[in-house]
Design a protein around this ligand. Sequence first.
Ligand code: BDR
Ligand code: CA
Length: 335
Amino acid sequence: MNTRRLPVFADVDTGVDDAMALVYLLASPEADLIGLGSTAGNVGAQQVCANNLALMELCGRPDIPVSLGSAVPLSIPLRTAEDTHGPTGLGYAQLPVARAAPTGHDAATAWIRSARDHPGELIGLATGPLTNLALALRAEPELPRLLRRLVIMGGAFDYRGNTTPASEWNIAVDPEAAAEVFGAWGDAVAAGHVGELPIVCGLNITERMALHPPYLDRLAEAAGPHPVIGVLREALRFYFEFHDSVGEGYLAHVHDPFAAAVALDPALVITRDACVGVELDGALTRGMTVADWAGHWGRPANARIAVDGPGLPEVFFDRYLARVAPFARGLGEAM
Ligand code: BDR
Ligand code: CA
């Protein structure tokens, strides 16, 4: 049996559900989280970076390199989502400032170095706007060939947006970056320079991961008293209130940990291949992810779009708890 762990680079805009994704990656024995990119999105890049460093320290992994990303999207001003994720991005949770500092290189460079250090092996996960991945692709167009797999949380396929009627948050913050990323994969496919197509988890599937408060009670009971569970609970309490305030009910759509789970196990989803483009001009539809299901454009598929999955959402929630609870318990015993 091959027991080698899968190197993973995660580009995140932490963010309540990004934090859940990071804890899941740390709790997954088959994953080796080799670095983090901090992308501006839910909160500013500096705050995302501080959140990432603090979370890694809380989880006993201050050694994981965390890189700061661009402060702004490629060509438009940054918008942030403190209404959704709280003033620091982690809801009501308060983390001590980490002792570790960010790397001396930026997040785009971190993408490239991680991919070059693990050619054909690296799993990339993007759960924030695609600014830094787009910058990395500008500097290293071979990235689609160097990566083993890329999983993106972003977009909404045959489904409404959550930021505008047509656009999902991660795409809406930097539509030009998303267009460049899908375009770059399209170019790589056309040149025969790509293995697996990126797997895209849009709102059409991630909103099925609706977390309700009793689940957190079960998680806390199974995990014991380590503070990481308290941080997730306090972060999610804010996220519940946000969802409630916009008429979704007292629950939370946990997009990013689902994408993280797919990154480690693509069998969680059923996908359909299509060429994906990002609308950049539409007065009503800017930031919309358009999948050319019927091949009207005559362009090869550049993405695998998650449309369903066996046993979802229970399979995902069961797996999250089965991994994160013993991980947190182990951290508590080591204290
Ligand atoms: C995405 O937007 C962010 O607010 C979440 O962290 C998630 O990545 C969902 O649209
Ligand atoms: Ca996110």
